[in-house]
Design a binder for this molecule. Structure first.
Ligand SMILES: Cc1cc2nc3c(=O)[nH]c(=O)nc-3n(C[C@H](O)[C@H](O)[C@H](O)COP(=O)(O)OP(=O)(O)OC[C@H]3O[C@@H](n4cnc5c(N)ncnc54)[C@H](O)[C@@H]3O)c2cc1C
Length: 461
């Protein structure tokens, strides 16, 4: 069986080179070495002001109030740029553990070669250029904790004094919620990565697909407010499309822990039933209770009925939680996803008006998506800039969720949703101003690509 070569093939070695920090030590990256550094002090230090003697980071002297942003993802990159734009006296430092940005959005299209425009150059971007273009400092380091009393951020490259701290580290996986032991988690992260965090996981998935000779490719959808609701369904469609295109005798089994498709339900069901009949097996309410990476099985227990699904290859997406740094810094709210305890309108940490948390680590039930994080950061940058200048804080602006999902290639065809959020008092009351387009078309496919270009432009140019 001959596989058609995807147009944007990149070698593993090449990819490791450009992903830099995050992948340099594969083992370390897989275990989230950044957060589980043995020298990491407990969250008590964040609150009590206990200091760590690790030396100062090698940075130029601050020329104005220093605003430090942790995490160079969709939220942090936007924050760094717009903090400087809204208050040019800010001396902005972006702390990011990876040396190169590689996009999560569009990665399903990239890994399946569904559109030649979405190649590796489209997906990766330079932090150094973003900093140069927008007049801030990029500091390639891992944040390990903060002494919030004395306004000091600790990184593995030394400490940084701040006037304002914005923490935007994204998510971590929580394998314990699908009955996985730490030993199994280590194997799953290595052999069957979810592909929902920036770094080397996308490369592993792309290689898996290129090496797949047939059989069952198993994907999962977690419970809870997981990162990018439509992405597992989009991935299912594009992998099925890849099997069809490359004449691979494969089946995609999608085990969804939810009672049904969580968003763009009509469009995805239509695609599964029509475009990928006989290739996609969709299983709803699949309550995953165990995953055995050695026997290659996933066990579900739904209302007392146990089913065991065998796979040849898989990408196991467990439930998510806020990045562990949020907890380490003493910023986490009680609850299973450990998201940040912030004011939903100002994003200020409870009891700390100099610390803000944005992006997918927030507790508010917005869609954990790139457009949401980007639009939210535009607003929060205004809040921080106003606070620093002693001005009244701006009126709350709703984050904006715009999310395209590709369902087929040649040409690329997509569906989409566009929505904002409304509150009743201080309680989030769901979506408003919703536009839903569930009939795929090449026009929406091109709009999908144009959307990503616009976002990259906003964060990097
Ligand atoms: C397959 C897939 C498809 C998607 N498709 C879409 C889409 O079409 N549209 C859309 O809007 N969204 C999409 N998303 C969702 C989107 O990627 C996320 O919601 C978005 O990236 C969240 O931004 P963030 O800044 O909060 O987190 P991230 O973008 O994950 O950024 C967090 C950053 O913090 C860094 N970091 C973490 N801890 C530390 C530390 N201790 N020190 C220093 N740095 C640290 C990380 O390396 C990372 O760069 C998709 C996601 C996936 C996985």
């Amino acid at each position: 069986m001959k596989k058609e070569q995807t147009q944007n093939t990149v070698s593993r070695r090449g990819m490791l080179k450009f992903l830099g920090g995050a992948t340099a030590g594969a083992g370390a990256a897989m275990m989230g070495a950044c957060q589980s550094n043995p020298s990491t002090p407990s969250s008590a230090s964040a609150a009590s002001g206990m200091s760590l003697d690790i030396g100062k980071a090698n940075l130029p002297k601050a020329k104005g109030p220093r605003a430090v942003v942790v995490g160079g993802g969709w939220s942090g990159l936007t924050m760094a740029k717009y903090l400087k734009k809204y208050y040019d006296k800010f001396d902005v430092v972006l702390v990011e553990k990876n040396s190169t940005f590689f996009s999560c959005p569009m990665s399903n299209i990239w890994m399946t070669g569904a559109d030649p425009q979405v190649d590796t150059d489209f997906m990766r971007h330079s932090y150094a250029d973003a900093a140069k273009n927008n007049n801030y400092i990029f500091f390639n380091a891992c944040a390990i904790n903060a002494d919030r009393k004395n306004k000091v951020l600790y990184t593995d490259q030394g400490s940084i004094d701040y006037d304002y701290l914005v923490v935007a580290p994204g998510i971590d996986y929580d394998y314990s919620r699908i009955g996985v032991t730490p030993e199994q988690e280590y194997i799953l992260r290595k052999e069957y990565p979810a592909g929902f965090m920036p770094g080397s996981e996308h490369l592993s998935l792309k290689e898996k697909l290129e090496d797949f000779d047939g059989g069952t490719f198993l994907l999962t959808v977690p419970k809870g407010n997981y990162r990018c609701l439509p992405a597992p369904y989009e991935r299912t469609c594009l992998i099925a499309d890849y099997f069809k295109k490359n004449k691979i005798d494969g089946k995609v089994v999608l085990l969804d822990m939810n009672p049904d498709i969580t968003i763009k339900k009509k469009g995805f069901h239509h695609a599964f039933d029509n475009l990928y009949k006989g290739i996609v097996q969709y299983v709803k309410s699949a309550n995953i209770v165990a995953v055995d990476p050695i026997k290659k099985t996933v066990t579900t227990n739904t209302e007392g009925f146990e089913d065991v699904y065998k796979f040849d290859d898989a990408a196991i997406y467990p439930p998510v939680r806020a990045a562990k740094l949020i907890e380490i810094m003493g910023l986490a709210k009680e609850g299973s996803q450990h998201e940040a305890d912030i004011d939903p309108f100002t994003y200020q940490a409870k009891g700390d008006e100099h610390v803000y948390v944005t992006g997918d680590a927030r507790f508010m039930g917005y869609s954990k998506s790139g457009n949401t994080s980007n639009s939210e950061a535009h607003y929060v940058a205004k809040v921080v800039a106003a606070h620093a200048q002693g001005k009244p804080l701006p009126k709350w602006e709703s984050p904006h969720t715009i999310c395209y999902s590709a369902v087929k290639s040649s040409p690329l065809e997509s569906i989409m949703v566009d929505a904002k959020y409304k509150y009743k008092g201080r309680k989030l009351a769901g979506f408003t101003d919703v536009t839903l387009k569930e009939q795929w078309s090449p026009q929406l496919g091109q709009a999908n690509i144009a959307w990503a270009e616009g976002m990259f432009n906003d964060m990097f140019a």
